[in-house]
Design a protein around this ligand. Structure first.
Ligand SMILES: NC(=O)c1ccc[n+]([C@@H]2O[C@H](COP(=O)([O-])OP(=O)(O)OC[C@H]3O[C@@H](n4cnc5c(N)ncnc54)[C@H](O)[C@@H]3O)[C@@H](O)[C@H]2O)c1
Length: 344
């Protein structure tokens, strides 16, 4: 099989690329190197095998057309994107051009030149907006959902908020519509937070890895200031270890006929749900540190609670997360710590 991974030097993309290399399948990695540390992921990927690298921007329609025409990939994992809400607010046009324009460029190219190609799009739970209407109660460490279920399913109504929510949501809808209107083999995963090695976090994106990194910096006395927590820290997400996410993308290939045009909510599930305060408490014990933090204003359209029910993905793809957050966080910490030590 021939795989094209857009954003293949990013966090999710590099982990997907590594799996393709391990499976000894043909792979083309496309990335425009806009994320810092792409070069580190490239260096690491090269250790895993040979692949073709295309330094290209998904916004370049002509180039994307040519690439698809020449490669005719069996599978595209489309992970390239502008990924931070904050940056989308600073520059909504750029966010639109990358997330919507880049996605439509790929869809149009496969419609014209490679209609058998499977395309899986990495969407987000942010397409459901701030979910302010959920009935929640506030505990000491986290919000709780006031109903018999702990997870949320795909019947939630779309509510596109913030430029990032709008651009991801629009792309998500195009991907689904191309399955219905043109019969293409395209599908959408709406992700809650994914975490794990190869994620170089920033304050703007990748909160699980960011707090783990800050914890380590406190341990090694690199960080001496208070850590900023946006909102009251009781926001809950179901966190998913990247290896589980990677396995899911591969499950999707053989069952594409069952999921084309169908969006799936994807997360670690209730057992892997975590608030920021709970993560801080975990890190304090795990790293034997005290974390001083200060509360700041919550992010635009931040959800107080999102946990994926994961029922539909279990029913259709027979997939559920296998790696507990305890185990996954320990693996992430080992990876972050080795990076940090090599920098000290
Ligand atoms: N990581 C998460 O928790 C999470 C959650 C929900 C959705 N997602 C989605 O999953 C996808 C992957 O996320 P990630 O965490 O791996 O992000 P990432 O920022 O680590 O990776 C994105 C990659 O895309 C590349 N890229 C950006 N703009 C590009 C462009 N115009 N042309 C070509 N390449 C470009 C970047 O250089 C980077 O390597 C994104 O689309 C994101 O919106 C991620």
């Amino acid at each position: 099989m021939k795989f094209l991974i857009t954003g293949g030097l990013g966090f999710l993309g590099s982990n997907l690329s590594q799996k393709v290399l391990r499976e000894k399948e043909e792979i083309i990695v496309l990335d425009n190197f806009s994320k810092i540390n792409c070069k580190n992921n490239l260096k690491w990927l090269k250790k895993n095998g040979n692949f073709k690298l295309i330094n290209q921007d998904v916004r370049n329609q002509k180039k994307i057309d040519n690439i698809i025409k020449n490669i005719i990939p069996d599978v595209i994992f489309h992970t390239a994107g502008q990924t931070a809400v904050t940056k989308s607010i600073e520059n909504p046009r750029k966010d639109f051009e990358i997330n919507v324009g880049g996605t439509i460029n790929l869809l149009e190219a496969i419609r014209k030149y490679s209609p058998q190609t499977i395309l899986v799009y990495s969407s987000t739970n942010k397409v459901y907006g701030d979910l302010k209407y959920l009935s929640l109660s506030e505990g000491d460490m986290r919000y709780h959902l006031n109903n018999s279920q702990d997870g949320l399913d795909e019947t939630l109504k779309l509510d596109l908020q913030t430029p990032y929510g709008c651009s991801k949501g629009a792309a998500d809808q195009y991907v689904l519509d191309y399955a219905s209107i043109y019969g293409l083999r395209t599908t959408v995963f709406r992700h809650s937070a994914i975490y794990g090695p190869r994620q170089y976090p920033s304050f703007d994106q990748g909160w699980v890895s960011w707090f783990c990194l800050k914890g380590l910096e406190i341990k090694y006395k690199i960080e001496k200031d208070k850590i900023k927590v946006l909102g009251n820290g009781k926001q809950v997400r179901d966190v998913l270890y990247v290896e589980d996410a990677v396995n899911l993308y591969f499950n999707a290939i053989s069952k594409i006929e069952n999921i084309k045009g169908i969006p799936l909510n994807i997360g670690g599930g209730f057992e892997n749900s975590l608030s920021i305060l709970e993560l801080i408490s975990f890190l304090e014990k795990e790293l034997n540190i005290d974390i001083n933090y200060e509360i700041d204003q919550e992010r635009e359209a931040d959800q107080k609670y999102f946990v994926s029910e994961n029922k539909k993905v279990k029913d259709i793809l027979d997939w559920k997360p296998k790696i507990s957050f305890h185990h996954g966080l320990k693996k992430l910490i080992i990876w972050l710590e080795s990076n940090l030590k090599s920098d000290i």
